[in-house]
Design a protein around this ligand. Sequence first.
Ligand code: BV8
Length: 366
Amino acid sequence: MPGTTPALNPTEVADFHNVLQQSKRIISVLGAGISASSGLATFRGTNGLWNGQDVMQVATPAGFRHDPGLVWQFYAYRRHEALKAKPNPAHYALAELSRRVGPSCVTLTQNVDNLSPRAGHPEGQLKQLHGNLFTLHCVDIVGCGYVDEGNFKDPLTPALDTTRAEAAAIGRVDPDHKPKASPMLLAGLARKNAQILGEKFEDKSPQADDLAPLKAAVAVGDEQEPGAARPRPMSDIRMSSGLSKEDLPQCPKCKANILRPSVVWFGEALAESTAEDAEALFADDAEPIDLCLVVGTSSKVWPTAGYAEKARKKGARIATINIEAGDAKGLRPGMDWVFVGDAAELLPELLKPVIGGPEGWKNATS
Ligand code: BV8
């Protein structure tokens, strides 16, 4: 968070600046942490989306097949939050670096929040590896193939209006600063876990009391005396997304299917052209890479988690920018750097020798 970044080691920064100014080919790998200062929850951090609920059930084709309404609620919430957010100085600084260095400076982002494009990041130098929340496509991508880019409508449908009372509880931050999903989202996830996992399902799913800051609905006829402490498994709560396919975005072309967010779910392959473009950067016949910036990522999701190592093999020195030093991977003393702090504060400082002061690029768009 602003003001909490410890002073950087001037010798390390000078060494980094020296390499930066001589670098011709720079690859940046971005994760959710770069957007944290824009107010967007990270997946794994203390206030992350994955805390307390298994989004692995949601960001998957199986989750969407089982209950598209539940998954659409999750993405309606993500779209709403991303539309409210603004790019921060880290997004702008990287866009400016790309403009100054030119086409040999390429950014690979795992983020689907659209903040790098909104910061004016040169389009040809940004690969959105996991897609974008604001592109939708028909679930029948082969037979119909309808794609809707730049759809910023919010809500997409009345049923997906996240400002409705109970839906607004999604992502509510409670005193321990962990977002609480709405009862309907958690109940639906728990029910789906039970369905998908069958008898393997242990009822560790979030208990009703996990929603203490929120009014957890009770199953009809099972009202508890006021103040009763007994937590009940979420699957008891007969709530669900309650949405039907008619409530969800419809394909205007084939008029037979619903639309889905054009994001890459776990178990799905990256878009072929995107994956090819990324792999080409590290190919044997590609030019050497001078510098790789790894910004705000826990480097746990593949194939992106492997790109820094590929850059190393092409000669790059690696600079990790992260609030957690422990998330820097495969460091080589004397070769690589770890700058610990908020990317929104660190990146403008670290890139200054090439991009100049923020008065020249802050809020600049291409
Ligand atoms: C695929 C889109 C093959 C949706 C996402 C090899 C080994 C093991 C597993 C696999 C493997 N290969 C494939 C897999 C499976 C899987 C995978 O990697 N699983 C993991 C969990 C082990 N990978 C896949 O399924 C991929 N597909 O490989 O396809 C294939 C081939 C052919 C045919 C079929 C299949 C697809 C993965 C894409 C998943 N989609 N997102 C959505 O967003 O809803 S993943 C999603 O989570 C994000 O996109 C991102 O990638 C990931 C979260 O990671 P981070 O961005 O790093 O965020 P996180 O919260 O974890 O960390 C934040 C970091 O920021 C922290 O380090 C924190 O300290 C730091 N931070 C916080 N605040 C700040 C900060 N830093 C600086 N400043 C701050 N202020």
